[in-house]
Design a protein around this ligand. Structure first.
Ligand SMILES: [Mg+2]
Length: 375
């Protein structure tokens, strides 16, 4: 019997409340649901996977793991990752080539890569080929809308990240009117100084090009590094039109899935930076295909969210540019569910040296927040 035979696949839904209701351009979040998975092979080695399941109905992901994909991989060899990916993808096309079903496929694929790296006794970034040596460039992600958060308080928050050594920071935009938005970005730029890169995340704020251009005219004098997700995810053409009309690079892709959609973004020049999320797009396997395609277009990846997953992917590819790092557990409250936090050194993230992802779930924390048992 093969040591790498998959004996057990278990999923769970975890709901972690936010300490304060937190707002984006078009939505407010009170808690976050995570779909998590654990794969055990016959040698006793485990791999884990996890994704954001949305601010409600995260159990759709764990349901898809249990009902749709687990039966396809049980009894199979965990090292045959491409073969299992293909089998899961083919089986899932009716239930959804994007969204919860694709996230379920993604987290199983992540768990297989994690398990195999642990079996090889290698950190995942080295198992994937290794590019960076000890640290990986990152930016500090924050600047959310909270009740009572003035432009000055926003500036203080971002300046705090710069004081920790970060050379790039991100803030949310697109929720308020022109004058209020300009006051926020002005305060941010004044607080961080001229030499720190400032990213803007609109979270699908605008529906039409003229509105987006009006905001971009106000933002441009503050020299933003990119404008992120200006339009609804599926409106690729408007991303391309905006990219033609503003000198500010357009970044997108955090909710996008599959190599073919990313190729469309690249072909239409709708994104100068891809924000592919391995827990969304089809796992580490699909992320690497997308990354290789982007490399042939001369485009870099700055993956969205989950810094402790994406450090391994940015750390193992020449066109991995920046990890999105969340400095506390207020926004990425997944941080409360794991037993090890990444180390920050001079504004860069230190690559893990322990096998696999380099951390495990904190079982007590899972029990405290879980909506269902492991099954
Ligand atoms: Mg974003």
């Amino acid at each position: 019997m093969s040591a790498s035979k998959i004996d057990r696949v278990e999923a769970r839904t975890i709901r972690v409340p936010l300490d304060k209701p937190t707002s984006f351009s078009t939505r407010q979040v009170h808690h976050r649901d995570y779909g998590i998975v654990r794969v055990t092979t016959s040698d006793g080695i485990q791999g884990i996977g996890f994704c954001y399941g949305g601010s409600d109905a995260g159990s759709l992901v764990s349901h898809a793991v249990r009902e749709l994909f687990a039966p396809l991989v049980l009894g199979e060899d965990a090292t045959r990752v491409e073969g299992l990916w293909d089998r899961m993808y083919s089986a899932g096309v009716l239930q959804g080539r994007a969204g919860a079903a694709m996230r379920a496929l993604s987290i199983l694929d992540i768990a297989l890569w994690d398990r195999n790296a642990r079996a090889a006794q290698m950190p995942l970034h080295r198992f994937l080929g290794g590019y960076h040596d000890t640290t990986v460039p990152a930016y500090a992600s924050g600047g959310y809308y909270l009740d009572g958060k003035t432009p000055d308080k926003l500036g203080e928050e971002l300046a705090g990240y710069v004081a920790q050594g970060f050379k790039a920071v991100k803030m949310k935009v697109g929720r308020l009117g022109l004058a209020e938005e300009e006051a926020r970005i002005r305060a941010a730029r004044e607080a961080i100084g001229p030499d720190v890169e400032l990213m803007l995340d609109a979270n699908n704020a605008w529906r039409d090009l003229p509105t987006a251009l009006r905001f971009m005219e106000r933002y441009a004098p503050y020299n933003p590094y990119w404008i992120e997700e200006p339009f609804p995810v599926d409106d690729i053409d408007n991303h391309a039109r905006l990219a033609q009309r503003t000198p500010i690079p357009v970044a997108t892709g955090e909710i996008e899935t599959g190599r073919w959609r990313f190729k469309e973004l690249l072909d239409k020049e709708a994104a100068a930076i891809l924000q592919t999320d391995a827990a969304v797009c089809g796992g580490i396997s699909e992320y690497r295909r997308i990354g290789a395609t982007a490399a042939s277009y001369g485009v870099n990846l700055c993956p969205h969210w989950f810094h402790d997953l994406h450090i391994h992917l940015v750390g193992s590819a020449p066109n991995g540019q920046l990890v999105e790092y969340f400095p506390d557990d207020q926004v990425l409250n997944f941080r409360r569910l794991v037993d090890t936090q990444l180390e920050v050194r001079d504004g860069e993230l230190v690559l893990p040296t322990t096998p696999g992802l380099g951390f495990a779930f904190d079982e007590a924390a899972l029990d405290a927040y879980a909506l269902d048992p492991w099954s």
